[in-house]
Ligand binder design. Structure first.
Ligand SMILES: Cc1cc2nc3c(=O)[nH]c(=O)nc-3n(C[C@H](O)[C@H](O)[C@H](O)COP(=O)(O)OP(=O)(O)OC[C@H]3O[C@@H](n4cnc5c(N)ncnc54)[C@H](O)[C@@H]3O)c2cc1C
Length: 384
């Protein structure tokens, strides 16, 4: 029976960043990936015969963001950061477009999710986040095993005070053994993967109930084009609690002869995962996004030819208490690396949580104090 030093579950940005760094110290690691591709959420999509990012792929230009990019560049051995650009967000009001300066007293409930996109500056990236993941995957010395869904964590001495995590079950049947495990999949899934003796029913119920936000994305192809490249925050046509949406226009599409045939724009809003269970509510969010676009850009709203809708898995809000070093309480050899365990539940959170886990394992320097301050570990309190 082979025993790996580390099994990493999930080959999204988080899992691959961790795998690549640990690989510098040992090749005896295995990455398990449920899909038949690596890259997770970052994988581009096909829409209207174009390859586009899934979602906005916005990356801020804060100090924490720049430091995380520097960490990634060192791992990749190539340049990612190409400078910064002003994130000049505009909003639409009855009087026309104006610079977005805040929500005043009426912040949307998902303000925390949205605020990430609202900073003054954004990073200009030489490579897309998907390209980061593919470079990380291609340069790994160890195996990524595709189509391998981890369906259970396997313990020895489950009845004792100190149950020992020894293996994971893959695709419901095959046990794979390791000394250490790093989970970089959706945090909510831990409720299904961990036996009740280790993660009790109360903790599981909390995991299930915690308010968690899902992204609702809409990609539109329209024949009317808008020449602005900044982000737009469209805020409400009716006084309901569905909230604003954020989006931007991509480069107009041209034929080989330079004739513009139209343009794709990408928009997103959020919905709490409990209401998202009712598809009618997702329908309402979509309807509102389109209504807001039509109000701000009537020519776009009137010339939509195709649309693509995506509802993301839970992006945030999993209220799970972890030990101070990022392991699951009672399971000292299981690190939780999911970006949802970080206070940034996005690309930046992926890189920061990866660094946090790597430093806790001794493979990377401890995060500098100012970074730790920028990412309060709301979900990483030590178990009392
Ligand atoms: C539509 C959309 C738009 C977004 N826009 C932005 C943006 O503009 N800016 C930004 O910063 N962030 C954005 N995000 C968030 C960002 O994409 C994610 O935070 C980031 O990709 C998370 O990376 P990850 O590696 O933690 O997770 P993922 O990319 O989800 O990767 C997890 C991987 O684990 C695998 N996996 C899961 N469970 C198992 C299992 N049981 N066994 C084996 N494998 C498993 C999955 O198949 C997947 O490959 C967006 C997300 C979405 C969905």
């Amino acid at each position: 029976m082979h025993i790996y030093d580390y099994i990493i579950i999930g080959s999204g940005l988080t899992g691959l960043t961790i795998a690549k760094k640990i690989n510098q110290f040992t090749e005896n690691i295995l990455v398990l990936e449920a899909q038949d591709f690596s890259g997770g959420n970052n994988r581009p999509v096909q829409f209207n015969n174009q390859t586009i990012n899934s979602g906005l792929r916005f990356f801020p230009a804060t100090d924490a963001a720049k430091k995380s990019i520097a960490f990634l560049e060192e791992l990749l051995g190539s340049t990612v950061f190409a400078g910064t650009a002003e994130n000049n967000i505009e909003t639409y009001e009855a009087s026309g477009f104006k610079k977005f300066v805040g929500f005043g007293e009426k912040s949307p409930e998902f303000y925390e999710q949205l605020s990430y996109f609202l900073g003054n500056e954004e990073s200009v990236l030489e490579q897309t986040p998907y390209q980061w993941t593919q470079q990380l995957a291609d340069s790994l010395q160890s195996k990524i095993q595709m189509k391998s869904i981890v369906t259970r964590f396997g313990f020895e001495a489950l009845d004792s005070e100190t149950p020992r995590l020894t293996h994971v079950t893959v695709n419901g049947t095959k046990p794979v053994y390791a000394h250490n495990f790093i989970f970089a999949g959706p945090i909510k899934d831990l409720g299904l993967l961990i036996p009740d003796d280790v993660l009790n029913i109360r903790a599981k119920a909390k995991l299930k109930k915690a308010t968690a936000w899902q992204g609702v994305g809409v990609d539109l192809f329209h024949t009317a084009t808008i020449e602005k490249t900044n982000q737009f925050l469209l805020n409400g046509t009716t006084d309901d609690d569905i909230g604003p949406c954020i989006g931007r226009f991509l480069k107009p599409i041209e034929t080989n002869d330079g004739v513009v045939t139209g343009q794709i724009s990408q928009w997103m809003s959020f919905i709490d995962s409990e209401s998202a269970e009712d598809t009618e509510n997702i329908g309402l969010v979509l309807k509102k996004i389109k209504r807001q676009i039509k109000r701000a850009f009537p020519e776009v709203g009137d010339s939509i030819k195709k649309e693509r809708i995506s509802v993301s898995p839970v992006l945030s809000g999993a209220d799970l208490k972890l030990s101070a070093n990022g392991t699951l309480p009672k399971v000292p050899n299981l690190w939780i690396a999911s970006s949802q365990a970080n206070s940034y539940q996005n690309l930046l959170g992926s890189l920061m949580q990866a660094q946090f886990v790597l430093s806790s394992l001794g493979f990377a320097p401890t995060l500098e104090a100012d970074i730790t301050v920028e990412a309060p570990k709301a979900n990483l309190e030590a178990e009392a």
